[in-house]
Structures are given as C-alpha cells and as structure tokens.
Write a protein that binds this ligand. Structure first.
Ligand code: CA
Length: 232
C-alpha cells in the first residue's frame, strides 16, 4: 500500500466549515508524488532591471535570510511596474508560494506585490492569472505563504503594477506537483485545530480510504494515478 507522509501532503485553503455544524470540516488535500520540494530551486529567474549585484537568481538560491544589505535577495532598480519572473522549466500545479521579505530595511516595499501564475509570456508573464496580492505589511525578515489552489503554470511572476518602486525578494519558494492528485476528505476537528493536527487527521482518513480500495471487489474503482476527487 502506498504510504503517505506529512511531507507529501499539502493542505489547501483552511478547511471549509460546515454551515450547520462547527465540527464538520471539508478539507482538500493535495498529495505530492515525492516529498514536498521547493520547485523554485530547479528553475531560473529574470527581472525587469537589476540594482547593484542583486540579480534575480538571489531569490531562488535557497537562502531566505543572510545578514547585510539585501544579501541573497533579488532587487530591481527604481522603476515603473517592476517585476520578477521564475521559469519552472515545466508545467506544474502550484499550491503554495512562499515569500521572504528583506531584513535590513524598507519592508513596506513588498506591499502591493501581485503573484501571477501561468504559461503565457505576454507582458513578460505579468498578465497571467493572479494567485494573490500582498495587501498588508510583511514585516522585515518574515516569511509569508499564499495558497494558489493548484493553479497551473510554468511561470511565477512577482509584479507591482502602476507604481514606481523597487522590487526586492529575498526568497521565493514554490510548492506544487506535476500531476494533479486531489482527494477531498471530511474530518471532524475543533474550530482552532492547528495545521499539524489537521494533517494527522487528514492522513489517517486518506489511509482509511486507501485500505478500503484494497479490499476485494474494490480494485475496479481505483484509478491508475491512485487518486481522484472524492467527496463523502
Ligand atoms: Ca535568497
């Protein structure tokens, strides 16, 4: 039987609670075929312009924070519509994008950044569908994550439209999978369940479903990729 570890499991948006009962939560779980890896590390990056030696690749060097002035960060020049683009070199379903802000100064510059994901290079990729906009201040040296719900794309852009600004990114991480494997489970939790506990509950539920499929007479319902969208 396929074993799934918490590292293989990405939970989508916080669970959707049932209108009639706070105890029933539907949770979409995305199961990656390998341990959840940061896809950005396999990609290449470019940006609209470069300030000093802060090239686009600094945002995907695997280092979130290093002491000093924007060390290990990408940094555009001061310009209108600055952008940064990651090419994953293949098509993925992207569930989570994680961004680390610079530590030394000016954290407010990240406010307004749009995360765009897709396969088009129109307008340098900045016209691709939007996953999220950073609308509130990301404090210096802190890391924020955005759920993108399996948006498909080869390119991940960071874009600040219609304003003259520097764009600085100390690290961008992208989590997703090449093959869509979605399983929807219903788990009963307390309202304030934390993610680790929720993952354990979801994993147990998935393992139960897999066991059921392995029972005699159940083989026919199993798809080749092992998972399909299901509801209980
Ligand atoms: Ca970095």
């Amino acid at each position: 039987m396929m074993m799934i570890s918490p590292d293989n499991l990405i939970l989508d948006n916080p669970s959707h609670s049932d209108t009639f009962s706070n105890l029933a939560h539907y949770q979409d779980a995305f199961i990656t075929s390998a341990a959840a890896e940061n896809l950005a590390l396999k990609g290449t990056a470019v940006q609209s312009s470069t300030y000093k030696s802060c090239g686009a690749a600094n945002a995907i060097d695997g280092i979130r924070y290093a002491p000093g002035e924007a060390t290990s960060c990408s940094h555009t020049g001061y310009q209108l519509n600055p952008w940064w683009r990651l090419d994953l070199l293949d098509y993925y379903y992207i569930y989570k994008v994680t961004i680390t802000n610079r530590a030394d100064c000016c954290p407010e510059r990240m406010t307004g950044v749009e995360i765009r994901i897709g396969n088009s290079l129109e307008n340098n990729g900045n016209n691709n569908p939007r996953c999220a906009v950073i609308t509130s201040l990301v404090p210096a040296r802190s890391t924020v994550s955005f759920s993108c719900g399996g948006m498909e794309g080869r390119y991940v852009n960071m874009y600040i439209p219609n304003i003259q600004r520097y764009l600085t990114l100390c690290e961008v991480e992208v989590y997703g999978t090449a093959k869509k494997q979605v399983i929807r489970v219903q788990v009963k939790t307390a309202e304030n369940v934390d993610e680790a506990e929720l993952k354990t509950l979801v994993l147990n539920k998935i393992q139960q479903k897999l066991q059921k499929r392995q029972q005699p007479g159940m083989e026919g319902s199993s798809r080749q990729d092992g998972f399909s969208e299901e509801q209980e």
